[in-house]
Design a protein around this ligand. Structure first.
Ligand SMILES: *Cc1c(COP(=O)(O)O)cnc(C)c1O
Length: 387
């Protein structure tokens, strides 16, 4: 993969816009035709060109080409959010009476789709522990249409053996879908491992600046074309040209941001392991991670997102640590320039906190682009607040 070419050149036709280095934001909802014949052609198949921005738009198309190439795929669609990409993709592959096998505890809104929305239309989902490929095989039924993966997940980072599950899906003629948000195509290339449809939240690393929402789906052109003409156009879940432009801008520095974050994360992990107030750390590229060997096999790196488990016997102690952080901001999401902390106990009612449950003492950290020593100093002073 010629990453520099993809990021700086691919899809950019500068002569079309006065040789400007940065492409214009084509802020237009519709496009005019010179003849009825031309208009008829696009009305019959909107995929072929520019008719209406709900479908395609020149700024969005540059981004589609780059993101498809980054994934090593034939084509890409861009959605208004990662959740929209998940919804449209799964919806496109199932009908009434079908069955899905999903890794357990997928991203929250993927879980909601499987447990709350699809059952209303007669589509059932079985959740499996994805650390053992045999669990997928055992859950497959004659009506299974989709295997849904998320590797690693974004809190405790359990992996699935992507090549093995993809091979199983092929053998059974089941569509495989993966959420690749954690790795991005820089660190993990699911299509090379045999996955059919690869999606990610571009809100995170692709944008990289915590200023826009988007989702990406990549796959074979034939499949992407069908999803374009049906789910994308019908749900109206595409992206606005300005947001596409922000993502193009974010992409220019994707590799260097990930490198910086990965480097700081390694340093901070090493420091965290020495701290008596920390019981455990979860990070797939840490040698102590239970699936470290698999991580090394299918991922070329990891950046930023890790989880710490605090030694604490009361909720107040976890909260004192989080409330005391000065440089880490307390927020959901990740992938931006800024470091973040997300305590699991923020999702619990105060009375639900149970110090004997490891999960309740976990705080997810995202290491942004700041000086790692500044971040370490911040963690150090906050750990001292646990009394
Ligand atoms: C954030 C996230 C999503 C959803 O993306 P949005 O852009 O927030 O809709 C999906 N999967 C994972 C793993 C995520 O972290």
């Amino acid at each position: 993969m010629d990453l520099s070419y993809i990021i700086n050149q691919l899809g950019e036709d500068r002569e079309q816009y006065f040789n400007a280095i940065a492409p214009p934001i084509m802020q237009s909802s519709n496009f005019a035709f010179k003849s009825v014949g031309e208009m008829r052609e696009l009305l019959q198949d909107e995929y072929k060109g520019f008719l209406y921005t709900r479908g395609n738009n020149p700024t969005i198309e540059i981004l589609r080409k780059k993101l498809a190439a980054l994934d090593g795929a034939e084509d890409a669609l861009i959605f208004g959010s990662g959740a929209a990409a998940i919804f449209a993709t799964v919806l496109s592959q199932v009908k009434q009476g079908d069955h899905i096998v999903s890794v357990r505890d997928p991203y929250n809104w993927a879980g909601q789709l499987f447990t709350q929305i699809l059952p209303r239309f007669g589509v059932e989902t079985t959740f499996v522990d994805g650390t053992d490929t045999a669990n997928f095989r055992n859950a497959i039924k004659p009506n299974t249409r989709v295997i849904y993966l998320e590797s690693p997940n974004s809190f405790t980072f359990e992996l699935q053996d992507i090549a093995a599950v993809a091979a199983l899906a092929k053998e059974k003629e089941i569509v495989s879908i993966i959420d690749n948000s954690y790795c991005t195509p820089i660190f993990q290339r699911p299509h090379d491992l045999g996955i059919d449809l690869c999606l990610q939240s571009a809100t995170k690393f692709i944008s990289g600046h915590s200023d826009t929402m988007a989702g990406v789906l990549t796959g074979r052109q034939e499949v992407i074309r069908k999803i374009f003409a049906s789910e994308l156009l019908n749900i109206g879940s595409g992206i606005a040209p300005f947001n596409a432009w922000l993502l193009l801008r974010g992409l220019r520095t994707l590799e260097i941001r990930l490198e910086r974050s990965a480097c700081s994360t390694e340093k901070i992990c090493a420091w965290l392991k020495e701290q008596p107030g920390i019981e455990k750390i979860f990070f797939p590229m840490d040698a102590g991670f239970p699936q470290y060997e698999l991580a090394k096999k299918q991922m070329s790196g990891a950046a930023g997102l890790l989880t710490i488990q605090l030694k604490a016997s009361r909720r107040e102690q976890v909260e004192a640590f989080c409330n005391g952080l000065q440089r880490f901001l307390m927020a959901v999401s990740w992938g931006g320039h800024e470091s973040l902390a997300f305590p699991a106990c923020a999702s619990l009612a105060e009375s639900e906190f149970d110090p004997t449950l490891e999960k309740h003492r976990m705080v997810r950290l995202y290491i942004g682009l700041e000086d790692p020593d500044t971040l370490i100093a911040d963690l150090e002073q906050a750990l001292q607040l646990i009394r």
